[in-house]
Write a new protein. Structure first.
Lengths: 82, 389
């Protein structure tokens, strides 16, 4: 029922509305729930409303954590097989 | 798509899964419940059970908004459209859910009722503006993600001074449902549902934050890891839970920190608090009557409350007796335990709500589960497809 996807804010129309890029298609979305929104921000879009901003630094940290695991996993796998 | 593709990398998924296999203690069982239907869907779509060691088991929770709505509330919505002759606006997934006597909104529409499928509650408001001579009711369902949009629309309707728009409010609360499961006899007295930890909701938590889960970690000593809806998010959360359990910790950890903060979205929370208040008790399919688990519209917006605007009759309703949705939503049974699964009950011809919504466990098993043996679907999907809450 509730589709939710990360979309990029392309331009701000008014306090409550922004234009977002949704998989290449530009669409108006409601941003009344978001504070301090700027062009270029990514938000989670749900039933036409932005629920929250995505924090690019935290996203990078989470990805780095996956990658570290990757190395550590390999090391342990190697050790385990010795 | 940014923030999607990176979190679906197949090689990384296998690496994290390998790590889980190494870290999981073969001497013990790990019974982990994913609360959200969105996670249930992701777990099956990406074949995650195939990647996990046998002693790490996923139990599917009640977090599918379409599935938990009790039949009498659906019957009431149908009654609004049929008896009261309103334009009833509903989210798409609700349309095919069977109510009493296998009636559904879709069937009511085929018989002439004015039922319209909307993508957003804002569309319902527009329909009200375009049809000033008709009563328009928005059939509001969902957890904390769909509630702030409904609140905004109520404020807009007030500002616009609409006299023909109202909301049939069925919004429910995640923490109350988690409490209910943890307090259930199956978990506490009978011990037939062993639960070692929870994967916490993604999008619900963007709104309510990670703090509401502290209580479960402290009071019930169950670890909670909030996770995003992509396959790497889910696998990483499983690994974090395994690690907490190995170390004897019960904490709230946040894997989805790119969108979830401890306090959540303050603006959305205060808007919801201004618009709704707690219901003493609300019925959930599967869980029964759950205290303080749902919201109703505040007095200030009484004019926009369909329950006050119309005289509604809540008849007690009979579920299809053979349908196991209730037990499945409590995590006690698995879709394969249902005799109707895949025979009489399919997504084309659903007999219970769990087969209707893509977030329902039966639909997930049906759509992806049967193919698990043959192919692993991880990270091979088109990156464009959206995900659910
Ligand atoms: S398979 Fe159909 S009838 Fe059986 S529990 Fe699921 S929804 Fe109900």
């Amino acid at each position: 029922m509730c589709l939710a996807i990360p979309v990029r804010v392309e331009s701000l129309i008014d306090e409550e509305t922004a234009l977002a890029d949704i998989g290449g298609v530009k669409k108006e979305i409601n941003v009344a729930l978001i504070e301090d929104l700027a062009v270029g921000d990514y938000v989670i879009l749900h039933v036409g409303f932005a629920l929250n901003k995505i924090d690019p630094e935290e996203a990078a940290k989470t990805l780095a954590l996956f990658a570290e695991l990757d190395e550590a996993a390999q090391r342990e796998a190697i050790e385990a097989s010795l | 798509m940014k923030y999607v593709d990176e979190f679906r990398d197949g090689q990384l998924a296998r690496d994290i899964a390998a790590k889980i296999s190494i870290e999981a203690d073969p001497e013990r069982q790990y019974n982990l419940m994913e609360f959200c239907g969105g996670h249930t869907h992701a777990i099956f779509r990406y074949g995650i059970p195939d990647l996990l060691p046998d002693n790490v088991r996923m139990i599917h929770g009640p977090g599918c908004p379409v599935c938990v709505l009790p039949i009498n509330r659906l019957d009431t919505a149908i009654e609004l459209a049929v008896t009261h002759g309103v334009i009833l606006c509903s989210y798409g997934d609700m349309m095919r859910v069977p109510g009493s006597r296998k009636r559904s909104l879709l069937k009511a529409r085929a018989e002439g009722a004015d039922v319209r499928m909307v993508y957003s509650c804002a569309d319902a408001l527009k329909i009200a503006q375009q049809n000033p001579e008709r009563e328009v009711v928005f059939f509001a369902i969902g957890f904390e993600t769909t509630t702030p949009p409904t609140a905004l629309v109520l404020h807009q309707a007030e500002k616009l001074g609409l006299t023909n728009f109202s909301v049939f409010c069925n919004h429910v609360l995640t923490p109350a449902a988690i409490s209910n499961i943890l307090e259930s006899p199956e978990v506490r007295e009978l011990g037939i549902l062993p639960l070692d930890g929870f994967i916490g909701p993604a999008h619900v938590s963007t709104v309510i934050g990670s703090q509401p889960y502290d209580y479960f970690a402290e009071e019930y000593q169950k670890p909670v890891v909030i996770a995003g809806f992509e396959p790497l998010d889910v696998l990483q959360a499983i690994r974090m839970l395994v690690r907490q359990l190995n170390e004897g910790r019960a904490e709230v950890e946040n894997e989805f920190s790119r969108a979830v903060t401890p306090a959540g979205n303050e603006r959305a929370k205060s808007l919801v608090a201004d618009t709704f208040e707690l219901r003493r008790v609300f019925e959930w399919r599967g869980l029964g009557l759950v205290p303080y688990s749902a919201l109703k519209i505040k007095q200030r917006f009484a004019a926009f409350d369909a329950e006050r605007r119309f005289t509604l009759d809540y008849k007690s309703a009979q579920e299809n007796k053979a349908c196991e949705c209730g037990a499945i939503l409590r995590g006690v049974k698995n879709p394969r335990d249902c005799k109707l699964f895949g025979n009489q009950c399919t997504p084309e011809n659903p007999l219970g709500s769990c087969m209707v919504s893509s977030e329902g466990a039966c639909a997930a098993y049906y759509s992806y589960g049967r193919y698990q043996e043959r192919e692993r679907t991880i990270a091979t999907d088109s990156p464009q497809s959206p995900q659910s809450n």
